[in-house]
Design a protein around this ligand. Structure first.
Ligand SMILES: [Zn+2]
Length: 333
């Protein structure tokens, strides 16, 4: 990581898993409070376990650590910790993923998760100067029926949810598997997003667009392997929520210097920069901006384009959008 200060350019964060913001310190504190023993002797030893070889090796640790999240207070505390860090890194608007199935499978009710997160998010504008949206994700390595059951369980809270998403192990779990639940979400007036084209092939991005009718693609970096797909994404200005540090940590790209972010921008894609699971991948969103600036030699105008894109891609009303875009334009860093 560079020694240069983080350019805290005003940005929206659109690809952020709240469970992926669980820092070792909070994991140990919650484990103690809830009487759960973690298989690590210390925070340092836990940090040492954060060296992943691929998406699956990360997911194994990610799900194991979630055991410490039990009560509404735990979820509120997790969200508060993220919002405080996000504020320090320039985030003005955050669209936050959560994985209800990862909690209901452990006996934590969906209401506990949503009410706990909502308590922190409701305070976010006043306490942190951040507006928020909540995006409920389905685990794609679980069944289509499980996603449907989850959606129905969440119905009493749909007024708190802006969109549905699709995450977890991508390969072998194509978007088309979830056609029905996305249809139900759209019928209920929700926006739709899906992880596609991270480890999975460009064909999964086509499916996310054509079968699920998504408004944004999460990751999508492998679209570059398919010229027709790039042309479609450019023509329709479908936003891609790219996560550079995550891509390197999970070996989607070997080094940040090899990351195709610049190529994607040059192609005319509506690219945004996000942090994905920042506690695990070595940086929050401002750290991602700094890292790509240094590794790819991006100038201030390009960073401003990325920040503008984040607000163009956000699920906010036009007046709010205009206000945030004006903040980016006024940013002199
Ligand atoms: Zn993700």
């Amino acid at each position: 990581m560079s020694d240069l200060p983080t350019p805290s350019i005003p940005t929206a964060e659109l690809h952020l898993h709240i469970e992926g913001t669980l820092e070792p310190e909070l994991a140990f504190a919650l484990a103690q409070r809830n009487g759960i023993s973690l298989p690590y002797a210390s925070e340092d030893e836990l940090r040492g376990a954060y060296s992943f070889t691929d998406l699956q090796s990360f997911l194994n640790l990610y799900y194991a650590l979630m055991a410490v999240l039990r009560t509404e207070d735990d979820f509120a505390e997790l969200a508060h910790a993220y919002l405080a860090r996000a504020r320090a890194q320039g985030v003005r608007h955050a669209e936050i993923f959560f994985d209800p199935q990862a909690h209901t499978v452990r006996g934590v009710s969906i209401g506990t998760v949503i009410d706990g997160l909502s308590r922190a998010l409701d305070e976010a504008p006043q306490t942190y100067g951040i507006t928020t949206r909540l995006i409920m994700c389905f685990l794609r390595d679980e069944s289509a029926q499980s996603a449907l059951t989850t959606f129905e369980a969440a119905r009493p809270w749909l007024d708190r949810i802006a969109a549905v998403g699709l995450d977890s192990a991508e390969v072998g779990n194509p978007p088309s598997k979830f056609r029905e639940v996305f249809e139900r979400a759209r019928d209920a007036g929700l926006k739709c997003v899906a992880h596609a084209g991270e480890e999975g092939p460009p064909g999964y991005v086509w499916e996310a667009l054509d079968v699920l009718g998504v408004d944004r693609i999460d990751h999508g970096v492998r679209c570059l392997e398919d010229a027709d797909l790039v042309a479609r994404l450019v023509a329709e200005q479908v936003p891609l929520t790219v996560c550079p540090l995550s891509n390197v940590r999970l070996r989607v790209h070997e080094r940040l210097a090899d990351h195709p972010l610049r190529e994607m921008l040059t192609a005319g894609l509506l690219v945004t920069v996000n942090s994905d699971d920042p506690a695990y991948f070595g940086g929050y969103v401002g750290d991602n901006y700094t890292a790509v600036r240094d590794a790819l030699g991006l100038d201030g105008a390009t960073l401003r384009t990325l920040a503008r894109n984040s607000f163009l891609a956000a699920f906010i009303d036009e007046e709010t959008r205009a206000g945030y875009l004006a903040e980016v334009d006024a940013y002199g860093g």
